[in-house]
Design a protein around this ligand. Structure first.
Ligand code: CTP
Ligand code: MG
Length: 381
């Protein structure tokens, strides 16, 4: 687009209704502040970005946003904040978008649709959604004055787009009543304001409940997370030449365990946790203890096979945790090595390995064998 677009983000509010102890724009949604999300979401359509920060927070905003935006001091009301930012808009900008920091998930596509209308000659373009509730105009003493036809009502969002000239002219007016958006100011001048279809994601965060709704929109399908659990146990072998494989490592000086495979209880427990989380059955059902193909199979090889099953079902492995229960071998000195071996077998996913003894109780405490318990978290990819 040849015409220059400046994006103004009023972020000077305190967020009283959200009730965080910091300004609303600095509150994090999914680990990222609202102001960073708002800037990042629309930066691709803007040549310049000006953010109005709450007084006293300018430096904090500047260091968060670095080179992506100019930070100015906001005012006592949203209108004052927009006006403060407007003073910094360069004359080379033909269009100005005004977008609330409180709407961190609005899409660049929505902004592009606004700009397209401006390029077609509109002076003011705003997004709106049909309303679900019946809306009534009510008198100060609580009586209904009027019920507008719902089909003609729209809930208005941002970004709102204007020609720079029209927006400046609109902000020169003075009113003794509150106008809560910029389009309202242009309406007072009699400038036609075009409403285009808004989007769910451009919702405004006002209350704590809005934060959960926004998180749902943000995470979308990533909300499809699955947890699984798996355990395994083997007895120490009476054959002193039996090698001990555990957590993908060979442990010299420790006699191994009996079993059809290499007897790696940590790897097997993880396999079962992964299979459980993806509803794929369990090790015995899939690999069968009678199948000669898996005689002596290494735990690492089974992990690789299971990972393929899970991935084929459309899951990504988020993380895996395993706890080894037994008197020997002592895991502590090789914990990093064990973690790395299991992680590598799963293609590099985060793995944690812990170990415990059982205070002399049970078959592990009596030194008869070793067991492991694991959990796995999967995310639908
Ligand atoms: N805003 C602003 N300057 C103000 C007040 C509000 O720039 N003096 C901005 C807010 O930061 C927000 C947008 O205007 O991005 C919409 O305002 P609102 O959702 O009401 O936010 P707050 O005023 O922060 O919240 P509250 O009214 O609950 O205190
Ligand atoms: Mg407010």
């Amino acid at each position: 687009m040849a015409e220059l677009v400046t994006l103004i983000i009023p972020a000077g509010g305190s967020g009283d209704r959200l009730g965080a102890k910091i300004p609303k724009a600095l509150v994090q949604l999914g680990g990222v502040t609202l102001i960073e999300r708002a800037v990042n979401a629309l930066s691709e359509v803007a040549d310049h970005i000006i953010v109005a920060a709450p007084q006293g927070y300018e430096d904090q905003f500047s260091s968060l946003l670095a080179d992506s935006a100019v930070v100015v001091t906001g005012g006592a009301s949203r209108n004052e904040s927009v006006k403060a930012a407007l003073a910094y808009v360069n004359e080379s900008s033909k269009f100005v978008l005004v977008h609330d920091a409180a709407r961190p998930l609005a899409s660049a596509d929505l902004a592009r649709r606004i700009i397209k209308e401006l390029l077609n000659g509109e002076r003011a373009v705003i997004p709106g959604l049909k309303v679900a509730d019946t809306i009534k105009k009510v008198s100060l003493d609580g009586y209904v004055k009027k019920t507008p036809n719902r089909a003609k009502l729209r809930a208005i969002q941002t970004p709102q787009g204007f020609t720079r000239k029209a927006l400046i002219q609109a902000h020169e007016q003075k009113f003794d009543f509150e106008i809560t958006d910029d389009a309202g100011l242009l309406e007072e001048l009699g400038i036609p304001v075009k409403v285009i279809l808004g989007e769910e994601a451009a919702m405004k965060i006002t209350t704590p409940a809005d934060m959960s709704r926004a998180l749902n929109i943000l995470l979308g399908d990533a909300r499809d997370i699955r947890v699984g659990i798996g355990t395994d146990a083997h007895a120490f072998s009476s054959d002193p030449s039996r090698p001990m494989w555990l957590a993908g490592l060979l442990w010299q000086d420790v006699i191994g365990v009996d079993g059809h495979s290499d007897g790696d209880v940590a790897a097997h427990a993880i396999c079962d946790a992964l299979l459980a989380a993806s509803q794929s059955g369990d090790l015995g059902a899939i690999f069968g203890t009678s199948d000669p193909k898996y005689a002596g199979a290494s735990g690492v090889m089974l992990l690789d096979e299971v990972k393929k099953i899970v991935v084929a079902k459309g899951y990504a492995i988020s993380n895996v945790s395993v706890q080894i229960v037994g008197n020997k071998p002592k895991i502590g000195t090789r914990r990093v090595e064990a973690t790395n071996a299991l992680s590598a077998a799963l293609g590099g996913v985060p793995v944690s390995v812990s170990a415990t003894t059982t205070d002399g109780l049970g078959f592990t405490g009596e030194g008869k064998g070793i067991s492991a318990i694991a959990t796995a978290l999967l995310i639908k990819a």
